[in-house]
Design a protein around this ligand. Structure first.
Ligand SMILES: Cc1ncc(COP(=O)(O)O)c(C=O)c1O
Length: 372
């Protein structure tokens, strides 16, 4: 049986008539860059998250970058984040001319370890960016408390966590702002690039809106040097439709994760991902941990089972971060995880048979590989 890593076509086909109608409306009204479809989506997404405002932007990296700029992060500042993330988190900090400072992650949740924060605080620390990796929220209460005590800003990287919850609160809504990516493969994905910031702060919202649109609140009157990070009308129209199906899709992902966990029960060679007691995990990625990961991955690919590694090198050891001067072993948990992570197929349309087949193949291969 062939099991692709992702199957966006299967996800989109049942909604194709809705997409056709919505895209036609955008074409008929020529509202391609910003405009009414973006405004509607912003309202709907803010309401879904339980936030006062959402600001649509070009992608998740823009969302992080513009938020940090609007919060006044700049040269000489330090921003704390984790090495176990996608590069965009560190890129956004670097593009503000600030310095990314890393803390290791918790070995069970794969997210920021709050116990590490105090150790790296300096007079230059201005903000913390916890990453809700794979759809599991970071442990926000101690992070928010640390930020409150030290007067730091908190920007949540919720790029992988649409609809995830921390003690009943939606990911992205607990800090000063939350940043989302709508890259096509995300739980809420566009038909190209798109992203959003959510916040309850009206002033911050206005600043980001000006920054995303060439520094203008009124056309051709530029109060500052901004950039072009607007969301497309077509992406917004598509996202409005997909948002209506997000809860159902997230519930299916959760069901599939339980099914994988059940099938892997008793298989010593495979460590399944945990859902923290405080969390509603939305399984953007279902990553197991396994020894001899590259060999297991190679053999799964031979069987035409799609799998991936998120991510093969932790950020502090990436070539692009050499200037930060981190050595191997600086963040041992993140480094160990990057060697063991293996992401298995995860999307709402997976069938029970596919999940059992994938889990059985992984168990068989992992058992044989680790014994060999
Ligand atoms: C954790 C994280 N942060 C930020 C981003 C950046 O989002 P985008 O690709 O939309 O720029 C991503 C995208 O994959 C991500 O996974």
């Amino acid at each position: 049986m062939k099991v692709p890593f992702l199957n966006l076509k299967a996800h989109h086909l049942p909604m194709i008539d809705e997409f056709d109608r919505a895209i036609r409306e955008v074409i008929e009204s020529s509202a391609f860059a910003g405009g009414p479809f973006v405004e509607s989506f912003e309202e709907e997404f803010a309401a879904y998250c339980g936030s006062n405002y959402a600001i649509g932007v070009g992608n998740g990296t823009d969302a992080l970058w513009l938020t940090l700029l609007a919060l006044g992060i700049g040269e000489g500042d330090e921003v704390i984040t984790v090495p176990n993330t996608f590069i965009a988190t560190a890129e956004a900090i670097t593009y503000c001319k600030a310095r990314p400072v890393f803390v290791d992650v918790d070995e069970t949740t794969f997210t920021m370890d709050p116990a590490e924060l105090e150790k790296i605080l300096t007079a230059r620390t201005k903000a913390v960016i916890p990453v809700h990796l794979f759809g599991q929220p970071a442990d926000m209460d101690p992070i928010l408390e640390f930020a409150r005590v030290h007067g730091l800003l908190v920007v949540e990287d919720a790029a992988q966590a649409h609809g995830a919850e921390y003690k009943g609160r939606k990911a992205g809504t607990m800090g000063d702002a939350g940043c989302f990516s709508f890259y096509p493969g995300k739980n809420l994905g566009a038909f190209g690039e798109a992203g959003a910031v959510v916040t309850n702060d009206a002033e911050l919202k206005e600043k980001i809106k000006v920054l995303r649109d060439h520094g203008q609140a009124q056309k051709y009157y530029h109060s500052l040097m901004g950039w072009n990070c607007r969301m497309d009308g077509i992406q917004a129209a598509v996202l409005s439709i997909k948002l209506r199906h997000l809860e159902e899709a997230n519930l299916l992902r959760r069901k599939h994760a339980l099914e994988y966990n059940r099938t892997f029960a008793g298989i010593e060679e495979v460590t399944t991902p945990c859902e923290a007691s405080y969390a509603r995990h939305v399984y953007h990625v279902y990553a197991i941990r396994v020894q001899e990961r590259d060999e297991v991955r190679r053999r799964l690919q031979e069987k035409e089972i799609g799998c991936a590694v998120h991510y093969p090198i932790p950020i502090h050891l990436q070539e692009a971060c050499q200037n930060l001067g981190h050595a191997v072993d600086a963040f041992p948990v993140s480094e160990k995880l990057t060697q063991e992570f293996l992401s298995l197929p995860m999307y709402p349309e997976l069938t029970r048979e596919q999940i059992e087949y994938v889990a059985d193949c992984v168990s068989e291969i992992a058992g044989a590989t680790v014994l060999a």
